[in-house]
Design a protein around this ligand. Sequence first.
Ligand SMILES: [Zn+2]
Ligand SMILES: [Zn+2]
Length: 323
Amino acid sequence: MIDDGFSPESLRERAEEAGSVFTAEELLATNKMVMMALYSLGGERSCASVFRAGRMLAGFFGVETLEDALHTFCELTGADYDLDRNYVAIESCPECLGYVNAEGAVCNFLRGFISRAAEHELGEVVSVAQVACEATGDRRCEFILGERGEVGGFDTEVDEMTAEDIEIVMSADGRDAVEVAAFKIASEGLLRCALSDVARPMFFRAGRLYARAFINAFDPEDPDELIGHVEEISGSSYSLEGDRFIVEKCLECAGMPFKEPICHAVRGALAETLEHWNVPFKDLVEVRCAAEEDEVVGTCVVKARGVIWKAKRVVDAVKRAFH
Ligand SMILES: [Zn+2]
Ligand SMILES: [Zn+2]
């Protein structure tokens, strides 16, 4: 990770650049798909990891009071807050925006953020319960300090989502791209830190799962059709040169303050796509990642090793798709 990469100044700068390249819908869709996939895979353990990621953000903000922390958070993400003693409300919550099929409160990142900021101010351990959530139809997301609550979740597996569900995930509802980018970078980026060594396999599996969701939801006839959908949803573009898959304007690492290759979900999605169309391969390795090259938005390259090219008919179809 880049030192200070998650400070408010760094986040704002990165979000401004990512938000000038991608639309709010593109940023939101990928953020929610990858987060929902991680929740699907990890259940309560993922809730705990997202909670820890939120705590880390409050640590990076390094402010004295919960009020200051909320103020900075809302300035970055376009949310509004209301703080009254042990009660916090977040309106236009960036965390549950676009989530579908929530069966309980799902704002674990914010819960973690609030708990850490409150602890910093009060000098003692503070538990936080979420008692209302926009994702379940409440007017705003509400939190009570000093209480423990149920940890929420989703009642539909990501790979059972319909095309309509995906439309909802993409509805950024008039939000500002820079604000959506700020929350995406903070939540996904710090989740990688919270997951530590497990980030690589978890994001890979999440990528597989959301590719599976797209395949199930859109039922594409060939890779070409699938890639058309994914390009439309993500705003990235994909091509194939030899055995190298090139992702231009890669959205996974857009704005992420890391110095190593981090586009594991891209590799996972590619693995799922190749397998779906029966293209055998040994593994997928990162050749280039924009994050590693210090590009806020850039090109990532993945090499498919050990592709059995004699499965020629299918491979040709895949190649045509990545024109
Ligand atoms: Zn929320
Ligand atoms: Zn990337």
